[in-house]
Design a protein around this ligand. Structure first.
Ligand code: HMG
Ligand code: MG
Length: 298
């Protein structure tokens, strides 16, 4: 009983590039995002307005956000950790901002330098102000299935933080398997608990493919009624403050599977692969996605 259509949110320009050692030039990021805007993708997370000392690869957030050619019907989003970040996103007049925090104390501290309870008021102010400014607000919850510092995450903690974030007024919560440790059974067990109080259309899944389970986890989530998935083109990605975190689920692989199953996404596979080849050439090494390797081989 598969859904007729699925929404794909491309996070490559943000999650994909934040962990790259060699910094991609601003003009190349802009060219890539402009290419992505022509693929039929309706949501693109383009950068992060965070402290550039923490994430040097995205220090050009404002230039990127102001430099792209916006296409009607595409929602352009950026990560914002605090009011300073929101100001940048508002200056660039982005459509959507995404607040983020972790389900586990240690990862939250390492990633945004605060305890979980200290983070809530900071994000609440950002959400309030962003909504007042007429923006859409997304929330991310990291380390939902496991934490690089604390091991397997207690689902009670996931419920606690998820509900706090949703109460703030975010329109969607993206559940992050930050270090790619989840398996389909755990995904279904955690979703089973969350879906008791959270409507399924409020949830998105954000899988990293560190151990090769991301696509199986998508299938497990589809079976639970989830229809929004994050991906990064070519399988780029990872959180620099989560040791061992590697690439996101590759958007091009996800598209291959969904289209093969007859599930609509609105995204053009050929154009998406072209965009993957473009960023691969700028990064200068083969990217991990299977779909990209398959086209490169012919
Ligand atoms: P802090 O050091 O505690 O911040 O960092 P602070 O408020 O004490 O300020 C210290 C300095 O940072 C000041 O500058 C501020 O102006 C500056 P100084 O006076 O020292 O020159 N500052 C900023 N600069 C630019 N933009 C800002 C900003 N805020 C403060 N927005 C902070 C706290 C949150 C800023 C920092 O920890 C940070 O930037 N963290 C970002 C970490 C990050 O981006 N991680 C990756 C994204 S999350 C992820 O990948 C997971 C996800 O993909 C889902 C999943 O996979 O699970 C979403
Ligand atoms: Mg991520």
């Amino acid at each position: 009983n598969w859904p007729a259509s699925v929404t794909i949110k491309e996070v490559g320009p943000r999650d994909g590039l934040q962990n790259e050692k060699g910094i991609v030039k601003t003009e190349d990021k802009i060219a890539w995002i402009n290419h992505l805007s022509q693929t039929g993708l309706q949501h693109i997370e383009i950068t992060s307005f965070v402290n550039p000392k923490w994430i040097p690869a995205l220090a050009d957030a404002l230039e990127v956000a102001q430099g792209i050619t916006r296409v009607e019907g595409v929602t352009y989003s950026a990560l914002v950790p605090n009011m300073r970040g929101l100001e940048g996103a508002l200056q660039a007049n982005l459509d959507e901002v995404a607040v983020f925090m972790s389900s586990t104390e240690m990862h939250n501290k390492k990633n945004i330098n605060k305890s979980i309870d200290e983070t809530f008021p900071v994000l609440k102010e950002v959400v309030d102000e962003a909504l007042k400014a007429g923006k859409i607000v997304r929330g991310y919850l990291s380390t939902v299935f496991g934490c690089p510092y604390e091991g397997v995450t207690d689902v009670k903690q996931v419920v606690y933080v998820s509900e706090k974030l949703l109460e703030m007024g975010i329109h969607e919560l993206s559940l992050g398997d930050t270090i790619g440790v989840a398996n389909p059974r755990q995904v279904q067990e955690v979703l089973d608990v969350l879906l008791k109080t959270i409507p399924k259309d409020k949830l998105a899944m954000h899988f990293h493919d560190t151990r090769g389970t991301a696509m199986a986890n998508v299938l497990a989530s589809l079976e639970m009624g989830i229809t929004t998935f994050d991906g990064a083109l070519g399988g780029l990605g990872g959180c620099p403050y989560a040791p061992g975190a590697s690439g996101n689920l590759a958007t091009d692989d996800l598209l291959y599977m969904l289209h093969g199953m007859g599930i609509k996404t609105g995204v053009n596979s050929d154009k998406l692969l072209e965009a993957a080849q473009l960023i691969q050439s700028k990064i200068g090494r083969p990217l991990p996605s299977h779909a990209l390797q398959a086209v490169s081989a012919v």
